[in-house]
Design a protein around this ligand. Structure first.
Ligand code: CA
Ligand code: CA
Length: 129
């Protein structure tokens, strides 16, 4: 489904299906829970927006601090992990970021940040666990 934010600060939650999420302007939080599917965030702003993950019971957890690059993995205390890949996944000529989200039992879903180069992301863009 399409999930749209506003030009103010939004708190958005992915559905269990495959979503296209546009959070608009502002400082937005976009949350992903167990079995969230394969989602695209179409206007992620690495200077303002944050991705929240709640797949390992660690919604108030934090991910390890570290550089984000093609192949990087961030883990949380609760056992969730985010694996980052770079590529033009939607074939529009611009690099995108793919984030594979795992909990202890396996892959829980895939997030695409369309048009976002992986090395523009910072660890504070991610929270939860
Ligand atoms: Ca917004
Ligand atoms: Ca979804």
């Amino acid at each position: 489904m399409n999930i749209n934010g506003t030009n103010k600060n939004d708190f958005l939650v992915s559905s269990s299906g495959d979503d296209f999420i546009s959070s608009g302007k502002g400082h937005d939080q976009i949350w992903f829970r167990d079995g969230f599917g394969t989602d695209h965030v179409t206007d992620f702003n690495a200077a303002a927006d944050r991705i929240g993950v709640d797949v390992a019971g660690g919604y108030s957890d934090i991910f390890s601090l570290g550089d984000i690059y093609d192949g990087a993995v961030l883990t949380s205390f609760s056992g969730a992990s985010l694996e980052f890949h770079s590529g033009d996944f939607n074939n529009d000529g611009s690099l995108d970021t793919q984030i594979l989200v795992y909990d202890q039992s396996g892959l829980q879903g895939t997030i695409y940040l369309d048009g976002v180069q992986v090395d523009t992301l910072q660890d504070w863009n991610f929270m939860g666990g």
